[in-house]
Design a protein around this ligand. Structure first.
Ligand code: ZN
Length: 323
């Protein structure tokens, strides 16, 4: 972890700085947490991501950015609609986790592109003992920071009752013929499909995805490399396009301005458990990573961030300008 020697927090000016947060701003742990929370609250309010009475499904991976999002959602939730609470919104929260290992079986040997340097940061600054399964990590957070009546995380996997098998799962022969990029794309498509379907069944009108700015920058590079540049603007906005069918939930990305590294620091400081990446985030076969555009994009953005902390934001800013 980067600990600037004897520097003071640039926000409160009296506590020693512990992290270089927000692209190199020396902060103490209290200011990192309160700063992230107030940024999160502002995004929710200014972008109108959650309105009173909404029912939000948090898509939880158990990773650092996802845990940080869940923590922030619980902090801004007013659980008593009868009593307005300044800075809080009254909404219902359901939490679901997609069991990655239940998706395309072969995907375990490839990797989802979910990894980002947030995991590495937590690993280096925490003992391995704080790494747990996603479900344990998510439920532990819900118990320690959620209201007493908060339902536990629902684990989704395939087959799913209302998703027909041929829509949900590629069979073994299809999987065998897929290249690593298509395989990891299919896993993401399956995961999103499960989340949308579960959200619809639960009557949720929003799905909150814990995409950090780092993760969205990786997605942007990967999509551009695959030739899907035209889809990028919609996939990096705070709020996804409204569906024609009003019963379909709209995707929101409230962590869009927060780096994976800052999210990892928040988890570390608040002692939130973070799940070990599902499957192998580093492919056992190195040749596979050079055939998976998603992994190459991840390596590129992580490498860029290491030398230029504002790299991910610059990519996102550029992508947002696309019309
Ligand atoms: Zn401070």
């Amino acid at each position: 972890m980067q600990t600037p020697a004897r520097r003071f927090c640039t926000k409160c000016r009296h506590l020693p700085a512990e992290v270089a947060a927000n692209q190199n701003e020396p902060l103490c742990r209290q200011c990192l947490v309160s700063g992230m929370l107030s940024r999160f609250r502002n995004v929710i309010r200014l972008q109108q991501l959650i309105q009173p009475g909404d029912k939000v499904l948090a898509a939880a991976s158990g990773g650092a950015a996802s845990q940080a999002m869940l923590y922030c959602l619980l902090q801004i939730q007013n659980t008593n609609p009868e009593r307005p609470d300044r800075g809080k919104v009254s909404f219902n929260l359901a939490v679901a986790h997609v069991d990655g290992d239940a998706l395309l079986a072969e995907g375990r040997n490839v990797s989802s592109s979910g990894a980002c340097n947030g995991h590495a940061t937590v690993q280096s600054s925490n003992s391995a003992a704080t790494w747990t399964s996603a479900e344990t990590a998510i439920n532990s957070l819900l118990r320690s920071h959620g209201p007493a009546n908060q339902s536990p995380c629902h684990v989704l996997s395939l087959p799913f009752p209302s998703i027909s098998p041929d829509r949900g799962q590629a069979d073994a022969s299809q999987q065998a013929s897929m290249d690593p990029t298509s395989l990891s794309d299919s896993r993401h498509e399956q995961r999103d499909q499960l989340l949308r379907e579960y959200a619809r069944l639960q009557g949720c009108n929003r799905i909150a995805m814990g995409y950090s700015s780092t993760r969205l920058a990786i997605l942007t590079i990967a999509e551009a490399a695959k030739g899907f540049g035209a889809d990028i603007p919609a996939s990096v906005q705070y709020l996804g396009p409204r569906e024609q069918d009003a019963s379909r939930p709209v995707i929101m990305r409230p962590m869009r301005d927060i780096t994976a590294k800052d999210a990892a620091f928040l988890c570390h400081f608040l002692k939130l458990h973070v799940a070990a990446p599902s499957g192998s985030q580093k492919p056992s076969n190195p040749a596979a990573s050079h055939r998976d555009i998603n992994l190459l994009a991840m390596e590129f953005v992580n490498g860029l961030q290491a030398t230029m902390p504002s790299g991910a934001s610059a990519i996102l800013r550029t992508a947002s300008k696309l019309q």
